[in-house]
Design a protein around this ligand. Sequence first.
Ligand code: ADE
Ligand code: ZN
Length: 335
Amino acid sequence: MTRIQELPKVELHVHIEGTLEPELVLELARDAGIDLPYRDAESLRGRYVFSNLQSFLDIYYENMAVLRRRHDFGRLAYEYARRAHAGGVVHAEVFFDPQAHRIRGVPVTDVVSGLTDGFDRARSEFGFTAELIACFLRDRPVAEAIATLDELTACEAPILGVGLDSAEVGYPASLFAEVFDRAGALGLRRVAHAGEEGGPESIRMAMDTLAVERVDHGIRSVDDPALVAELAADSVPLTVCPLSNVRLQAVTDLASHPLPDLLAAGAHVTINSDDPAYFGGYADDNFAAVAETFDLDDATLARLAHNSVSASFLSAERKEQVHARIDHWLEAAAD
Ligand code: ADE
Ligand code: ZN
């Protein structure tokens, strides 16, 4: 286990469907008798060369065809928890895309109960905890998002909050103000992707029209120093996903990632994996990549881990416990 894997951390930006590794795609396809045009996992992985967000989303949605039964979702959740836990993640607030399954005829109850089965097993076997955040797809009709929220409510799905993902450019957050209002009235937490491919105005719009408590990605805030200052002053967390940004060409390479500028400006940055099966790394891999590229010291890594705990929706008591474990890691590192 590396020292970065030993650093306790919370993951706040991971799409469970983005943890579907090629090996599991093939296994589930075989079980279901689905014919796939790939010989093996490596040939599927070989397709994971992306020029932008949309080129990734096309394959991401296509691969979801193998997720059909409650059991498949249970497997997916458990495998993610196992891998994340090995990298030091103690708790995750996990996105899922109910609409992407619902439009394929998979009942939302099977999706939610399957994910819950997998995470319950992870909790009892190794103490990993997870909460679910249902994301609305911003490139699908708003009415469908509302119907999905109604369905989640009707089946009393154990979700912590709602989010907003999929194609950002051309689909302003303001379209989803009503469904986010309804979610807020139900007591659900609110987060949204913004500033991944869209500019600072997309981030402002998500904050102003959706009352979000965290901004997912948010890296393009660097283009508007007044916005970064506001995010820092208001302690609005940014769930940054460095390897994702490189693979989707949101940045030219990791060395040009705005992470150091965001940190220097006092932004409440957290480090996450987004879609680890597609982007070449889980949370610990993202920590290791930025540590190496930017030569981050242990205190900065501990600060990033601390931020992830503070930005989570965990209880004050659990936050204190994980913060203390991070402080302990830092003290041990100094010995
Ligand atoms: N859905 C899964 N991954 C995503 C990302 N990086 N941005 C927007 N929507 C997504
Ligand atoms: Zn994402």
